[in-house]
Structure formats: structure tokens, C-alpha cells
Design a binder for this molecule. Structure first.
Ligand code: ADP
Ligand code: MG
Length: 393
């Protein structure tokens, strides 16, 4: 369904309230990574360019709701935003009952999570936010799976509600990968547990041609195939589920199980890595990575893909001795011609570690939101924008 995009609106002289995801790491008042602030710059620039009076709002961290706490203040973020934009940004601590500003001005509003009712999407709070503006711009993909006052409620009551360019770009990239993908379509789902990614595995197994599993998730599939996984991280209660997913059926994905693995005697960075055939894992050993033959086989599947979706490392990539499998897949994605999309907190850390970020077609900014999109769910904040666009037609 269509949503209104900010790019198509005339915003001259209008009061524009932009919801960004500026939830960046701040330690002792210092912004440690400004990637998310940089990502929001084009949207804010576009609003200024259109002659709007701009208010930027975001959450930061997890403060106790209704209790302003300087540790979670967005003031340092406002300062960095000002440096990056090369203009004065006024920081407004008390804003919910009204903000004075003029066209051409940009103000940063204090943490939305300091306000009681934000999480519960309180109608009164949502209406107050909506009353601040002529147009509300949702631009925070990472929070689009949460129906809260600043992501959802405000969009219901604002005179106009639209998507910012960052959100639009993200939705387009994910739709390109998921809705009408170039085939073969390959998904890689790694990480620690089947149970936390069950819906993702289930949804993807019905859509992709090959579903590569790795990490603790693969261990559960290895055990389900009848192999001993020793002391490896795996979920005995998920064996049946894994068997059902792996059983070949009409229209379901092939799930190639690792044939060799890298094991250790302990979970540590210093542990000695040993390559073993998947049916030779000892009862005191832990599987911490996929083996070199498996990595090569998976890399070949990726090389032949038209679309690749990646969530989750296939080994304990934080330890160099067990990072090779994840590295091999990251490099295979980087080298492939496929349209590739990656998301997830640890997945992004792995991409950074292996220096392949610029060779992946699209890196999602949302962890939870990315997974829900991949599951085929409609994100609440996006659904609200669709409803508003529909109503205005
Ligand atoms: P993401 O944040 O990208 O969604 P997850 O949080 O699901 O990924 O999983 C990442 C974690 O899984 C990493 O900390 C990694 O060390 C762990 N992991 C991967 N493979 C294994 C394994 N074989 N045994 C134990 N932990 C693993
Ligand atoms: Mg994680």
C-alpha cells in the first residue's frame, strides 16, 4: 500500500516534526558513534531546504518512563547533530506543551521516553505531540515495529503524516529483497537460538530457495539430523521444530546442514580450534563455527544467488579462532552480484569487523524491525502511514 513521502510535500513555512532513531551510544556525555545521526542528516537537510521549521525527536536508551535522567539526555546528540549539519541546533528540554520556532530553525527535543505514556501510546500524549506540528515525518525504521506515542499515536492525529527519505529508502530496499526477489533467493540465519528466530526461520523457509543456518541454530539442526553435538549450545526442545523445517516439502527451502565444524574444549577466545567432521564431535566438545568445507559450500550457494538476506553470525565471530566461517560468508556476500540485505546487531558488528559494509547492497538500521519485516509482518508505524495516506485520497 502507498504511503505519502516527505519528498513530495510542500513544507514551506510549515512546522515539521521528524521522528528519528538517534539512539546512539553516549558515555559521560560523549557520543561514541554518530552513524545514526549521520543517517538522519539528509532528511533534516531536505526539510530545511523546503523552508520548514524543524523539530527532531527521538528516544535514547531505556530510562524509567516519566523520570528525566541526565544519563539519557539527548543534549549531547543535539550538539553533534549541530556540528554535522553545520548550524545551530537549539535543544528543548520541555517541549510537549509547545515549542516556539521559526522556519529555517532546527530544534532537538529531549528524549521522548522521559514522557509518561510514550510506551503505552497514550492518546493524550500522542495528541499533544501532533499539536506541535503541521506535518509529522516518521523516519525511524528501527522503531517502526513499536506502536508508541512518538512513532504511531502522533501519526494518527497530526494534520499530515508521511515517511521521511531514510524510512522510505529502507522500506524500498527491504521490499526489493522480500517482495519480488531475483532468484535464487538465499537467506542466512545464524546466531544463538532457534527459539528467538523461529518465526523468521519459518517465514523464510517458505520464501527462499536455500536457507543457510549457522551458529547455535545450526547446532540444533545438526542434533536434529541425529548427530551428537557434545556440550554445544543447542535447544533440545526445538529438535522437532528443526526436523519439520528441514524435511523437504513442496515449495519449502533446502536447508543445507554443515558437514564439518570447528570445535573447542571450552568457550573462550584462547580455546584451541579443531576441525571435525560433523559426525565426530566429542561429548565434551563445543561447536563454535562452521568448518572450511561447509563455508566453501555455503559460499558457492551465495555466489549463485540473485538475492541474499543475512541475519546472524554463523559462529562465535567475536573470537578470532572461530570467526572464519562468518568471515567467509561475509566475503562471499561482498563478492556476489546478488542484491544483498543484512540486519541485526551482531550481524552489523561482524560486517564492521570484516570491513565489507560498502559491498553489501543495503544494511538495515533496524534489528527487531528488520526481523519483523522479514517475517512478513506489517510494521505498526508503517501501517499507520498507509492508513493516513489512504484517508487523504
Ligand atoms: P543478531 O544480533 O545479528 O541478530 P544474534 O544475537 O542472534 O545475532 O546472535 C549472535 C550471537 O550468537 C553472537 O554473540 C555469537 O557469538 C553467537 N553464536 C554464534 N555461533 C555460536 C555458537 N556456535 N555457539 C554459541 N554462540 C554462538
Ligand atoms: Mg544480537
Amino acid at each position: 500500500m502507498a504511503i505519502t513521502s516527505m519528498a513530495e510535500l510542500d513544507l514551506a513555512g510549515r512546522r515539521v516534526l521528524i521522528r528519528e532513531d538517534l539512539n546512539v551510544p553516549v558515555i559521560d556525555g560523549v557520543v561514541m558513534s554518530d552513524a545514526r545521526i549521520r543517517a538522519a542528516l539528509p532528511t533534516i537537510d531536505m526539510a530545511i531546504g523546503k523552508g520548514a521549521a524543524v523539530m527532531v525527536m527521538s528516544h535514547l536508551g531505556r530510562p524509567a518512563e516519566g523520570q528525566p535522567d541526565p544519563v539519557y539526555s539527548l543534549e549531547p546528540v543535539a550538539e553533534r547533530l549541530g556540528q554535522l549539519l553545520g548550524r545551530e541546533i537549539r535543544f528543548v528540554a520541555d517541549w510537549v506543551d509547545g515549542v516556539e520556532l521559526v522556519p529555517g530553525e532546527v530544534v532537538m527535543l529531549e528524549n521522548v521516553r522521559f514522557l509518561r505514556g510514550e510506551k503505552a501510546c497514550d492518546a493524550e500524549l500522542s495528541k499533544k505531540m501532533a499539536a506541535l506540528c503541521d506535518a509529522f515525518v516518521m523516519d525511524a525504521f528501527g522503531t517502526a515495529h513499536r506502536a508508541q506515542a512518538s512513532t504511531y499515536g502522533v501519526a494518527e492525529y497530526a494534520p499530515i503524516a508521511c515517511a521521511g527519505p531514510l524510512l522510505s529508502g529502507e522500506l524500498e530496499a527491504l521490499a526489493r529483497a522480500m517482495t519480488n526477489p531475483a532468484r535464487p533467493m538465499v537467506a542466512i540465519v545464524g546466531g544463538s537460538k532457534v527459539s528467538t528466530k523461529l518465526h523468521v526461520l519459518d517465514a523464510l523457509s517458505k520464501r527462499v530457495d536455500s536457507l543457510i543456518v549457522g551458529g547455535g541454530i545450526a547446532n540444533t539442526f545438526i542434533a536434529a539430523a541425529g548427530h551428537d553435538v557434545g556440550k554445544s549450545l543447542y535447544e533440545p526442545e526445538m529438535l522437532e521444530t528443526a526436523r519439520a523445517l528441514a524435511s523437504p516439502g513442496e515449495g519449502s527451502a533446502a536447508i543445507p546442514v554443515p558437514t564439518d565444524v570447528i570445535v573447542a574444549r571450552e568457550f573462550s577466545a584462547e580455546a584451541e580450534p579443531t576441525v571435525k567432521s560433523v559426525d565426530q564431535v566429542g561429548e565434551t566438545e563445543l561447536i563454535l563455527d562452521i568448518g572450511p568445507d561447509t563455508a566453501r559450500r555455503f559460499a558457492d550457494i551465495i555466489a549463485a544467488a540473485g538475492t541474499v538476506i543475512w541475519n546472524g553470525p554463523v559462529g562465535v565471530f567475536e573470537f578470532d579462532a572461530f570467526a572464519q566461517g562468518t568471515r567467509a560468508l561475509a566475503e562471499a556476500i561482498a563478492a556476489s552480484e546478488a542484491f544483498s540485505v543484512a540486519g541485526g546487531g551482531d550481524t552489523l558488528a561482524a560486517i564492521e569487523k570484516f570491513g565489507v559494509a560498502d559491498k553489501i547492497s543495503y544494511i538495515s538500521t533496524g534489528g527487531g524491525a528488520f526481523l519483523e519485516f522479514v517475517e512478513g509482518k506489517t510494521l505498526p508505524a508503517v501501517e499507520m502511514l498507509e492508513r493516513r495516506a489512504e484517508a487523504s485520497r
